[in-house]
Design a protein around this ligand. Sequence first.
Ligand code: PHE
Length: 358
Amino acid sequence: MGDVNKLREEFVRECKGLSSLKQLNDLRIRYLGKKGLLTQRLKALSALSPAERPAAGKEINILKRYVEAEIKRLEGELSSLESRKKVATESIDITLPGKYIPAGSRHPVNRVLDEIVDIFLFMGFTVEEGPEVELDHYNFEALNIPRDHPARDMQDTFYVKTDGERQSSSSTGDGGDKREAETDVVLRTHTSPVQIRVMEKQKPPLRFIAPGKVYRCDSDVSHTPMFHQVEGLMVGEDITFSHVKSVLKLFVHSLFSVDTPVRFRPSYFPFTEPSAEIDIGCVLCKGAGCRVCKGTGWIEVLGAGMVHPKVFEGVGYDTEKYTGFAFGMGVERLTMLKYGIDDIRLFYENDLRFLRQF
Ligand code: PHE
C-alpha cells in the first residue's frame, strides 16, 4: 500500500519535470510498458494471498487509470506547447522566389498562321490540305509552269529521287533533261498544287485556303529552306478582280490594322492572268522608308490573280461559265512584320531566349 502511494508521488514529481513529448513517451513506457513499474506490480499480485489480493489490486488499478489519464492530458498540453514554440521560432521568408514552373508557348509562326486561318474562316473559306512531297505535275505542270520557267531551276526546287532513276541530278541544260512531269517527285515549292488537287475532286463554287509547309533551296536573312504559305482559291460564276481586292484588303486590315495602306501592283504568275502583287505600307517605319522596306515604304506580302484558263481546262472546269481568283502568302514574312523580327532564321534556331518572348 505504502509502495503504491510512493509510486504515485514519484509519478507526480516526474510529470512536473516534463518538457517534451519525447520525455512523456519515455515516462509512459517506464510506467505502463511491458516491463513497466505498474505492469510489474500487477504481475506481482499473484504472489499475494487470496485475502490480500483484491484490495491491493484495486489500489494499483486506480493508480494505473490515473497514470493513463495524466499521460493523455500531458500529451495534449505538450503537443500544443511544441507547435506554438515551432510557430514562434520558425520564420517564413515571403520574399523568396516561388517555384518556377516552365510554361510552353505557341511558336510565333503558328500563332500568326492560326490568326490567318481564323480571318478566312470568318469570310466563309474552308481549310484544305495537300502533300508536302508532291508530283512535278501538281507543283508545276498543272499550274501552267513551263519546263523552262526559272522557278523549276535546281537552285529553287528540291527534287526527290524516285526508283531506278535520277543518276544525273541536274534538270537544266539542253538534252540532258530526262525529267517527266508524271513521275518526278519534288518537295512542293509553294502551296498552289493544292488548288489543282481540290479542283480535281470538287466542282465549283468553292472557296478555301490551304496552309502548309513549302520548301525551296534557299537560305539567308529572309529565306529558309522550309517556310509556310497560305494558299487561297475562290471559284464561281461572276467572280471578278474586285473580289480579289475586297477579300485581300479585308484580310490585311484584319491581320494588321484597318488603317494599313494596301496597294495592288501588276505582276506575273504562270497560273494567274491578270496577276498582281500586293504591298502593304511598311508597318515598321509607317511608310517613311527603312531597312526592312529598303527605303520604299512598301512591303510585298501577297501574290494573287485571276485563275488562268489553262489551269481550269486542266481540271475540266468550264472556262466560259466559271472564273476565280487565287492568292498566296508567306507566313514567316507576315510574322516578321507583325512582331518586328528582322531575321527569318530566328524562327528555326530554337533559341529559348527568342521563343520565350511569345
Ligand atoms: N504560288 C505563288 C508563290 O509561291 C503565290 C501565288 C499563289 C500567286 C496564288 C498567285 C496566286 O510565289
